[in-house]
Design a protein around this ligand. Structure first.
Ligand code: TXA
Ligand code: MG
Length: 389
């Protein structure tokens, strides 16, 4: 997979899109923009190509991929049955950030795509470059987010290159992804109820408006984002001790004591979307309490030799002392969760650029897009939550 390695191409250039389509058809991997995040695409019928996607991402093979299509008709070649409620959701939200898990038609897709399940996740992205690429390739395209497994998903072509340059056939540059978080993954049960396997760009409220019922947050199916064995609750961390010459040693001691804001040792806990530093989420009964607690923890961490990071909402900035952390990033206004969603992954990557080792993030309300934002933050933090009371 050495060809046009890592060279971003102009989206306005239809020639580039057909070149990318040709790469896909020849079994190469190509990263492309969608309205949610950048995906790393491969011909979903071609096992070697799909294998290359898993290899480039370092993704565990038991986590199935989403298949992308450009036309509603393409769906019938991939699945055996579409429940009327699923049909209604497709009508309402395609093209768009909604993935439906449906019974897969045997023998059409590489079994690697579905990780051996008898279902397949399918969506139609709402992005002109993605749709043009899918039409030109004229094949179902399996595409997970185009990041190294465990890292924040890419919302810019530059993020794709950060993670995957040298491992993929190429990347189509379509500028910044619009939604900024992945699609909502749902499965319609035989009785017509909708199980949300992963919250995302289509909110529970939007789903309910179509189905007339409340969508239920489901325990993820086998292979879904939270793998079996991932810890649920997690311990409630306490302020880090100001260990002289702290840094890694101090963090290791805290981790051993079970009160680090986030795990350090690889494999201690399985995280997704994670920055390199330890991340904890601070929540509490008021913004004031959250800010006081976070500011205190950051100060102690700084004394202990950590490089600190803080992810906050603009309204709360004034509740903190000046320069509360070495790297402070705002997700914008609490009243604009769309903006926070769009910027979340880039924000997490910014902490890496700053070399942050100890990061705290303010929680946000879990209504609307806030549900998906908190879902991603919780996974990035390995469920590490600090309760400010
Ligand atoms: O917005 C998105 O969905 C992006 C863009 C590129 O389209 N793609 C994406 O793919 O987020 P990925 O592979 O990072 O996430 C796929 C999610 C995982 O949580 C996976 O477990 C779930 O969908 N999934 C896929 N097929 C499934 C199936 N048959 N049953 C249950 N969950 C499935
Ligand atoms: Mg992903």
């Amino acid at each position: 997979t050495e060809s046009s390695d890592g060279l971003p191409v102009s989206t306005s250039d239809l020639g580039m899109i057909s070149e990318a389509a040709a790469l896909l058809r020849s079994g190469e991997t190509v990263a492309f923009p969608t309205e949610t995040v950048y995906g790393l695409g491969a011909d979903a019928r071609n096992t070697a190509a799909v294998e290359a996607v898993f290899a480039a991402k370092g993704r565990p093979s038991d986590n199935p991929l989403i298949v992308h299509i450009a036309r509603r008709e393409d769906l019938d070649r991939l699945v055996t049955e579409v429940h009327p409620v699923a049909e209604a959701l497709i009508y309402a939200f395609w093209p768009g950030p909604l993935t439906l898990v449906l019974p897969v038609r045997p023998g059409v897709l590489s079994p690697l795509v579905t990780a051996g399940l008898d279902t397949v996740g399918v969506r139609m992205p709402d992005h002109p470059v993605a749709l043009a690429l899918l039409r030109a390739a004229d094949c179902p395209v399996a595409a997970p987010s185009a990041n190294r497994s465990g890292r924040p998903s890419p919302t810019l072509a530059a993020h794709v290159l950060e993670d995957l340059a040298g491992y993929i056939g190429g990347v189509l540059d379509g500028g910044a992804a619009g939604v900024g978080l992945e699609s909502t993954v749902v499965q319609v049960q035989p009785d017509g109820t909708v199980a949300v396997l992963r919250p995302g760009g289509i909110t529970a409220e939007q789903l309910a408006a179509v189905t007339g019922t409340e969508a239920a947050a489901a325990e993820p199916a086998a292979g879904a984002d939270t793998p079996a064995g991932a810890s649920g609750g997690g311990s409630v961390p306490v302020p880090p001790a100001a260990v002289p010459g702290g840094g890694e040693a101090g963090a290791a001691a805290q981790a051993a004591a079970g009160n680090s804001p986030a795990p350090r040792a690889p494999g201690m806990k399985y995280t997704h979307y994670a920055p390199r530093g330890a991340l904890g989420i601070v929540r509490g009964s008021s913004a004031q309490r959250v800010a006081e607690t976070a500011a205190g923890l950051l100060q102690a961490a700084q004394r202990a030799g950590e490089i600190t990071g803080l992810l906050l909402f603009e309204e709360h900035r004034a509740l903190y002392p000046a320069d509360p952390a070495a790297c402070t990033v705002s997700l914008g206004s609490l009243s604009s969760p769309e903006e926070a969603a769009r910027f979340l992954y880039a924000a997490l990557r910014r902490f890496d650029e700053a070399g942050a080792t100890y990061i705290l993030a303010e929680a946000c309300p879990v209504t609307g897009l806030g549900a998906a934002i908190m879902n991603r933050l919780m996974k990035a933090a390995g469920e590490s939550v600090i309760d400010a009371g």
